[in-house]
Design a protein around this ligand. Structure first.
Ligand code: PNS
Length: 157
């Protein structure tokens, strides 16, 4: 059974994340979306809230599970018996940091490979930060995040 892990902050989940989830789920027997719970950043949503938002977004995708994790990603992969990390890549600017993380994870746990999936062309500009910026100033989140999440995000501002 091939389990893939898609890690991230997901603060909040965007349509770009959901696009990667749907495409990665097709490559896996099981896709685990892993929500970081120990970031240095102060998130808008707690890890529990981010997990709930993601669960709402992936409702209907039968082979997708969502969990929070803290500590090293490689330790989480060992716990869920996976050796494949999925990351979405939006642009050249993402690449340097993602490459650094992929090599760090591979060094820490050599069985691990990172699978890069190019972002959907409609989502190349999209990030959680952009979503927060738009929501903060009362802009429309239509098309930026899964529809069910719009009222929850707007309420937070
Ligand atoms: O959505 P993000 O913020 O780009 O996700 C970054 C994430 C969660 C994938 C990364 O910060 C991470 O894996 N953190 C866990 C700590 C860790 O394992 N660090 C070593 C790899 S550099």
């Amino acid at each position: 059974m091939k389990t893939l892990v898609y890690p991230g902050s997901f603060d909040p989940c965007t349509n770009g994340h959901l696009d990667i989830i749907m495409r990665a789920a097709k490559l896996a027997d099981k896709l685990i979306v892993a929500v970081l719970d120990n970031s240095n950043k102060t998130p808008l949503f707690t890890a529990e809230e981010r997990v709930e938002l993601l669960k709402t977004a992936v409702a209907g995708l039968d082979n997708v599970e969502v969990y929070a994790f803290s500590g090293l990603l490689v330790d989480f992969l060992k716990k869920v018996d996976s050796t494949v990390i999925v990351k979405g890549i939006r642009a050249v600017s993402d690449f340097e940091y993602e490459f650094q993380m992929a090599l760090t994870n591979h060094t820490l746990y050599p069985e691990i490979e990172t699978l890069f999936i190019p972002s959907g062309k409609d989502y190349m500009f999209l990030s959680s930060s952009i979503v927060k910026e738009v929501a903060k100033y009362g802009g429309s989140l239509d098309g930026l995040v899964p529809e069910a999440l719009i009222p929850v995000i707007n309420k937070r501002f």
